[in-house]
Design a protein around this ligand. Structure first.
Ligand code: SF4
Length: 448
């Protein structure tokens, strides 16, 4: 039988889709190229923005039309499934199963029912306890996501995640380390520890207090670095970092191990204290800038990226300018930039002072323009430098060229054989085309 998974949203969803793929494969299912060939279609959804939800509803309507031509099973998974639950079945009659982010353990039972051609009533089923998704290294890939926390307890005033994914749960470090070892055995060269806010990871394995069995995020980083020694894994990343929880110890551990990529995604969201407070971010711009100084002091070669949310209720021109000023001071390598859209069910939904659409769009355009300039300047300044890269595989344009990535996740295209995929190599960044570097030749790293 054939399956298709469509994934929307963040890397947590990418990791969860990979876990679903693993379950399909273990049961002997084949991946379909399109929905036309699939016996089961899973749409793994995102609720963070209204636009993401509208796009999914559009896709569901297309599947509804397809289902009129031939039968198949349609499963909606992810944050929309958690947020809207069975109401999704009313909104789209073609939906057979709604599987929220905490219900993944029901998935094998749903598949079993599909295989037997029997209905399965998820509402009647006793819901198994939440368990972390086992990570899954796709064939021909060398990067692996390993979830370390699930959910979030921060309640930023604009965000639905704490409501749809629930409170933060930290994963047993033994399970994390076992996943890392498994990924290494399967040929992973790079891992990313994932969570909504990885820095607040805390495993209470002991009897509380300062019990040695308890483990915080820096402690987990140390264990992860030790676990990849003598394995093919050479790079470790982690995502996302919340400025209020990134500790000096975590920075020191990162700086002390070259295995941690010299790039950090540190969500700023805004540059004005007034707006940060209204967003319930629980740090100030001064604290953010202090943290950036500390990170750069410990790792001078590091680059930073961020998320920026423009047009939050009450944002005045001066607040917006503080954001531009923060960007000038930090100079991010790249940023995910959005304008605020009200999300029902979040505290910000009822805040006064909504910013008009036109003003939001204009301010967002200003932020994007500034970021483009910073990205270009930073990339240009690196032409001529010697870099270590991980070879991903053939480039999209030519079979004689390879697509590689630096530890800052920048793409570099270089001539080379496809058999080098998965190798670490060094090269010189010769030129820049758009946001992609070009190199003339690569040399394999010792041991690769
Ligand atoms: S930290 Fe804030 S923005 Fe990020 S998931 Fe949690 S509540 Fe949402």
């Amino acid at each position: 039988m054939n399956y298709l998974i469509e994934t929307y949203g963040c890397q947590m969803n990418t990791a969860e889709s990979a876990a679903l793929r693993l379950i399909f494969k273990e049961r002997g299912w084949q991946a379909a190229l399109t929905g036309d060939q699939a016996d089961v279609v899973v749409v793994n959804t995102c609720s963070v923005r209204g636009t993401a939800e509208r796009r999914v509803m559009g896709r569901l309507a297309q599947y509804e039309a397809l289902k009129r031509k031939r039968p198949f099973t349609l499963i909606v998974a992810g944050c929309m499934a958690s947020r809207l639950g069975e109401a999704l079945k009313t909104a789209c009659k073609a939906v057979d199963y709604v599987m929220g982010t905490s219900d993944r353990a029901l998935f094998p039972r749903i598949l079993e029912a599909v295989e037997k051609g029997m209905p399965f009533f998820t509402g009647d089923a006793e819901k198994p306890a939440f368990s972390f998704a086992p990570s899954h290294l796709e064939e021909g890939r060398f990067r692996c996501f390993i979830p370390i926390t699930h959910g979030c307890g921060n309640f930023c005033s604009y965000c639905v995640v704490p409501y749809v994914r629930g409170p933060e749960i930290s994963r047993d470090p033994e399970a994390v380390l076992a996943e890392i070892r498994r990924a290494a055995e399967k040929g992973a060269r790079e891992i990313t520890l994932l969570g909504q806010n990885v820095n607040s990871y805390y495993w209470e394995g002991g009897s509380g207090g300062r019990d040695k069995k308890n483990l915080d995020f820096p402690g987990l980083l140390e264990k992860a670095a030790a676990a990849v020694e003598d394995t093919p894994i050479r790079w470790i990343r982690f995502l996302s970092s919340h400025p209020k929880d990134l500790s000096s110890r975590a920075i020191r551990v990162m700086a002390g191990h070259p295995v941690f990529c010299r790039h950090l995604h540190l969500c700023a969201q805004h540059g004005s204290n007034r707006v940060l407070e209204a967003m319930n971010r629980r740090y100030t711009r001064e604290r953010y800038l202090e943290l950036v100084d500390e990170i750069r002091g410990a790792m001078p070669s590091i680059t930073l990226s961020t998320d920026l949310l423009i047009g939050f209720p009450g944002e005045a021109e001066g607040d917006y300018e503080r954001t531009l000023d923060l960007m000038e001071r930090v100079r991010f390598l790249y940023a995910y930039m959005y304008h605020y859209n009200p999300r029902e069910g979040t505290p910000a939904f009822s805040l006064p002072g909504r910013v008009g659409e036109e003003v939001k769009r204009k301010r967002l355009a200003g932020v994007i323009e500034l970021q483009k300039r910073h990205t270009l300047e930073l990339l240009q300044s690196r032409v001529g430098s010697r870099e270590t890269v991980l070879v991903e595989g053939p480039s999209r344009r030519s079979a004689d060229e390879l697509l590689t990535r630096t530890e800052r996740d920048e793409p570099v295209v270089v001539p080379g054989r496809r058999s080098l995929a998965g190798s670490f190599a060094t090269l010189t960044l010769e030129s820049l085309q758009g946001a992609t570097f070009r190199a003339k030749e690569l040399s394999l790293c010792p041991g690769d």
